[in-house]
Design a protein around this ligand. Structure first.
Ligand SMILES: [Zn+2]
Length: 100
């Protein structure tokens, strides 16, 4: 789980997930209130993580000739895996690093 760079408090899984889905780039630390940003590295990692589930889904639907129920089951499974791993990929920084 990510640590706040300012107060070193470890964010819980729920906090990280909730903060990640709020709009805007900054995420306020629940402990010290300082705005934290995702590091460039973790944003890149998440970009890759966002990219793979649809590819796996479409690939397996095509390969195994899955019906819609199976595709939905795989999608649900991938979504669950994504939700579990997402906060673990997050790294926090006091600075908002530009993406490029
Ligand atoms: Zn903090």
């Amino acid at each position: 789980m990510p640590h706040c760079e300012n107060c070193k408090n470890e964010w819980s899984w729920g906090t990280t997930l909730r903060k990640s889905f709020t709009l805007g780039e900054g995420m306020e630390c629940p402990e010290c209130g300082k705005t934290q940003y995702l590091t460039k590295k973790s944003r890149k990692r998440m970009g890759i993580a966002n990219f793979f589930p649809p590819v796996i889904l479409l690939g397996s639907a095509w390969l195994f000739d899955l019906n819609i129920v199976s595709v939905l089951a795989v999608a649900l499974f991938l979504f669950a895996v994504f939700m579990l791993t997402y906060p673990q990929m997050a790294e926090l920084s006091n600075e908002n690093e530009p993406m490029w």
